[in-house]
Write a protein that binds this ligand. Sequence first.
Ligand code: SF4
Length: 176
Amino acid sequence: MTTLENAELRVAGVIEESIVDGPGLRFVLFLQGCRTHCPGCQNPQTWDFEGGELVSAQEVLNRIQGDPLVHGVTFSGGEPFEQAAALIPLAAELRRRGYHLTAFSGYTFEQLREKPDCRQLLSLLDLLVDGPFLMAQKSLELRFRGSRNQRILDVQASIAQGWIPILDPLNAESER
Ligand code: SF4
């Protein structure tokens, strides 16, 4: 069983304080490894599943907790859901401590909820920015996103209602 004590994450890097990867001031954890390979991806160095470095989930938690100004955490990549099983104990502990949790994924919400580990990780999140980066739909006007196909989803509402309410004003381009 994967626990906070034994979970290891393959990490591409971190940003200790960010205001562009979700609401408020956030710690951003970039997970290493991605199979989606979107043309035009800004982080192709995060694709290799053998790259980055192995870091214990407990160490990540300690770093996050070390900054009292941070109240949110973002899982980005790479593809965070490729490491869903190892992220679950960290996300659960962060949620228990009141952190707002956002994740970016090249997969859609509908794809993620088909896989048990991904579904469990989803259940711990507040926001999901979903879908691959599509160069043909690229826009610099979008908040938190690179292309128009990507959505900012209220994960808890989407799970509770069984469908995705596309009502979040964060999705509007003018909200940037
Ligand atoms: S899903 Fe994200 S990290 Fe992966 S190729 Fe697409 S933009 Fe890059």
